[in-house]
Design a protein around this ligand. Structure first.
Ligand SMILES: *[C@@H]1O[C@H](CO)[C@@H](O)[C@H](O)[C@H]1NC(C)=O
Ligand SMILES: *[C@@H]1O[C@H](CO)[C@@H](O)[C@H](O)[C@H]1NC(C)=O
Ligand SMILES: *[C@@H]1O[C@H](CO)[C@@H](O)[C@H](O)[C@H]1NC(C)=O
Length: 254
């Protein structure tokens, strides 16, 4: 997710969830560095929570955030928009292959991802965004499980992402009672390859492209533009040789 940056014309009030330790899948292999990361993210979340009690300026200030350097070839946000939300997306990129033509490249047929509210953690510590996506790739997500947390962090679900049809990427950010952010059907506006050093996926595959998406009619909550940046893995193999008719590749993004 990577991050998805949702830009709208107004800011909403902050709502906080108490930090809790995630339920880690006992089946997942948990390298020591991921355990350390988990502790770190929880510490960070507690600090952000604590700082609410201090008489200091807002801690989750998204107004000073900018896109990562790798997004410089994408069009800038349209004038007048304000950053509304940052989510880590974790799910699959879906592809199909025609067995009759194994030499052809797989065809992208959409994606399915759960979105986790990373507004505060990324605003507090932007350099953590890509680390968080990279770590999250090693943990499974249960689709349609609104109470889950993004392992190895404690981020809560803020939305779901899927395709409504071949060209309409849809983001429902109304799934969490605490964060009614809106819904946005969108179409791709621009694409740029992920940076050469972007983290590879579980099969060592390259990171999917970074994108700018613009709203199609029907968006709510003032949502207008979405960026997919800080991608981790998700690309298909170069050809369909040896692949099934339809397959998924795990990915993460901001
Ligand atoms: C969740 O998202 C909303 C909207 O971006 C934001 O105001 C809030 O601070 C976020 N909470 C966390 C814990 O990131
Ligand atoms: C993509 O794959 C997921 C499983 O990860 C599946 O539930 C979903 O329906 C698929 N979507 C498309 C458009 O193929
Ligand atoms: C991208 O969006 C800008 C406005 O935001 C528009 O002028 C341009 O035509 C769009 N390009 C494509 C390829 O959709």
């Amino acid at each position: 997710m990577h991050a998805l940056l949702f830009l709208v014309s107004a800011l909403s009030a902050s709502v906080w969830a108490a930090p809790t330790f995630p339920n880690l899948s006992p089946d997942a292999s948990i390298p020591d560095n991921i355990r350390t990361l988990s502790e770190y993210f929880n510490l960070l979340a507690s600090k952000v929570q604590d700082s609410r009690l201090l008489a200091v300026p807002p801690v989750c200030d998204l107004s000073r955030m900018s896109l990562p350097a790798g997004a410089s070839d994408l069009p800038a946000p349209s004038p007048g928009l304000t950053l509304k939300h940052i989510a880590i997306g974790r799910g699959t990129q879906n592809y199909t292959c025609d067995p009759a033509t194994p030499g052809e490249a797989p065809k992208a047929v959409g994606a399915l991802a759960t979105l986790f509210n990373a507004s505060c953690v990324v605003a507090t510590s932007p350099e953590l965004a890509s680390t968080l996506g990279r770590a999250a790739l090693h943990f499974p997500v249960a689709q349609s499980e609104p109470s889950q947390r993004l392992a190895p962090s404690n981020l809560g679900v803020s939305g779901v992402h899927y395709f409504r049809d071949a060209t309409t990427a849809f983001f429902n950010l109304d799934v969490a009672p605490a964060w009614q952010i809106g819904e946005i059907p969108c179409a791709k506006n621009a694409s740029t390859p992920a940076p050469a050093d972007a983290p590879r996926g579980l099969q060592r595959e390259a990171a999917v492209a970074w994108l700018k998406l613009n709203a199609r009619p029907g968006a709510t909550g003032g949502l207008q533009e979405v960026y997919r940046v800080e991608t981790v893995g998700g690309s298909p193999p170069a050809t369909c040789a040896g692949m099934k008719d339809s397959f998924e590749v795990q990915y993460a993004t901001q």
